[in-house]
Design a protein around this ligand. Structure first.
Ligand SMILES: NC(=O)c1ccc[n+]([C@@H]2O[C@H](COP(=O)([O-])OP(=O)(O)OC[C@H]3O[C@@H](n4cnc5c(N)ncnc54)[C@H](O)[C@@H]3O)[C@@H](O)[C@H]2O)c1
Ligand SMILES: O=c1ccn([C@@H]2O[C@H](COP(=O)(O)OP(=O)(O)O[C@H]3O[C@H](CO)[C@@H](O)[C@H](O)[C@H]3O)[C@@H](O)[C@H]2O)c(=O)[nH]1
Length: 465
């Protein structure tokens, strides 16, 4: 079966970049990316390609090359479903905020809506691809909805989780470590799996395209994120021990990472991991284990989140303690709001929690981030519900210029590892700040000896003072 027309439901951080790459590498396939969010689709279609709604290095160029040729963005979901041979579901699956599983389980309402819409609209056979991250055995629920509400056409369900990381989405999609495709063990299932293998084989070497059963594929996505986040929590746990023992967490990371069995990646201690995936997916894993009565398994993975919450909180506490146990009325500059560099995504960013903690301590918080808008920053704070919309705007200021952020500040804290922070003139910054000038490096980003020579009092994760 040769795929000629793909529809992707969900034009977000996954649907947008993934479909752009498929369109770029498969000029013979027409790709329609659809979303119910009119504003988002309008930005994907903006005549100035730099205005696409997602900042990812290299993405706007790729959109510029493909949009209007074989890549289209639209809000007409039904038309795109109708035309497609293959439909990717790439909608959000956030943590549930209500009812059973609140705060733990993945909310599958958007997935279910897609399935019902596909079933209602489809008048020809379709391959349905789970691109969103889903709890293991979701395909079973999808099958039930599609088969019970459809028009008698055949649906084949595949699981094809996405492993791209934000900030490196384009290179990750171009050279994935692996592509994972789970399918049903039947003639139709294998044919559907092969059809998707053939799409990726346009640019991914065949040996890197793994095929498994659907359940292994669904569970592998949650497992990959759990293992990655576990490494960050493990090194962060050690960072606290380093701070009291004169060991240096970077040196420890290098020493253990040189062991090929451990490997050097994902051992960077930090103010805590953020992003839309790690916390959500581990909570989901914990919830799934609990529902099967596997309490030891659930507790084991939950510890990764507990350690991450501790790391964010202890960084904020350290600022208060170091500033003579009070930050009330003191100006503190937060450098970076995105959850990592090279993205404008702020979901679950450590900055949100550090800012909230400092605002509770009555600090005057000023934020500078090169890519995040002030609307996004205020909306992240409002979402926590700690204080009113008006109070958040009164207590926290967002500035467009780093020097404005540090002007007469008591302290500056690095919360995102943006490259530009390394190239700042820290001497000028020091001269603009109140004395003693404190610098808290939550990303172990800067040259601390140089900063100390300038006159800063430096506190960094994972090294004692
Ligand atoms: N962000 C990442 O880096 C990443 C990486 C791998 C996997 N994932 C997973 O991919 C999925 C999507 O994540 P995201 O970051 O792209 O989310 P997102 O919130 O950026 O995008 C999801 C989009 O789906 C749209 N949508 C929701 N319901 C819809 C419907 N019924 N019809 C049409 N459009 C609808 C929303 O309007 C939104 O624009 C999640 O399951 C996530 O866990 C994300
Ligand atoms: O050594 C490290 C590595 C990462 N982080 C932090 O961990 C978070 C997540 O980073 P990263 O994994 O690079 O970005 P994500 O975009 O969240 O990507 C993860 O989540 C995606 C969504 O599921 C998966 O597709 C990716 O494979 C997985 O890496 C960020 O806050 C990072 O700053 C650290 O603190 N130390």
């Amino acid at each position: 079966m040769k795929i000629k027309n793909i529809c992707c439901i969900g034009a977000g951080y996954v649907g947008g970049p993934t479909m752009t790459m498929i369109a770029a590498k498969c000029p013979h396939i027409k790709v329609n990316v659809v979303d119910i969010n009119n504003d988002r689709i309008a930005l994907w279609n903006d005549s100035n390609v730099d205005n696409i709604p997602i900042y990812e290095p290299g993405l706007s160029e790729l959109v510029g090359q493909t949009r209007g040729k074989n890549l289209f963005f639209s809000t007409d979901v039904n038309a795109a479903i109708h035309q497609a041979d293959m439909i990717f579901i790439s909608v959000n699956t956030p943590t549930k905020t209500y009812g059973v599983g609140k705060g733990m389980a993945a909310d599958l309402k958007y997935i279910e809506l897609c399935a019902r819409q596909i079933a209602a609209v489809a008048t020809s056979d379709k391959i349905i691809v789970e691109k969103s991250t889903l709890p293991v055995r979701t395909a079973e629920a999808l099958r039930s909805i599609l088969d019970n509400t459809g028009n008698g056409v055949n649906f084949d369900i595949l699981s094809n989780p996405e492993f791209l990381a934000e900030g490196t989405a384009v290179t990750d999609l171009l050279n994935p470590d692996r592509v994972l495709i789970g399918g049903e063990d039947s003639d139709r299932g294998r044919a559907a799996q092969q059809a998707l293998v053939d799409v990726y084989a346009n640019w991914v070497p065949k040996k890197q395209i793994l095929t498994t059963n659907v359940w292994s594929s669904e569970l592998s996505k949650l497992t990959a994120n759990a293992f990655l986040a576990q490494r960050v929590s493990s090194i962060n746990a050690l960072s606290e021990l380093c701070e009291v023992t004169e060991a240096d967490v970077n040196e420890v990371a290098r020493a253990i990472g040189s062991d090929s069995r451990i490997g050097s990646k994902f051992l960077k201690a930090s103010v805590g991991f953020g992003g839309s995936c790690f916390q959500k997916d581990i909570l989901n894993l914990v919830y799934i284990a609990q529902t099967y009565g596997l309490n030891e398994v659930a507790d084991y993975w939950e510890q990764v989140i507990i350690m991450n919450d501790h790391q964010k909180r202890r960084f904020a506490k350290k600022i208060v303690k170091t500033l003579f146990n009070t930050v009330s009325g003191k100006k503190i500059a937060l450098m970076g709001w995105a959850f990592k560099k090279d993205t404008n995504d702020t979901r679950e960013s450590a900055s949100i929690y550090v800012a909230d903690y400092l605002l509770n301590e009555q600090a005057e918080v000023v934020v500078y981030d090169p890519k995040v808008t002030s609307e996004q920053i205020y909306s992240d704070l409002d979402y926590l519900g700690t204080r009113s919309h008006e109070e958040n705007r009164r207590l926290l200021k967002v500035v467009k210029n780093p020097l404005e952020a540090v002007h007469k500040a008591h302290a500056a804290a690095i919360l995102t590892e943006w490259d530009e922070f390394k190239h700042f003139d820290w001497e000028i910054i020091y001269n603009n700040m109140l004395k003693p000038a404190f610098l808290f490096d939550g990303r172990i980003l800067l040259n601390h000896n140089e900063l100390e020579d300038i006159g800063f009092n430096v506190y960094t994760i994972g090294r004692g003072e």
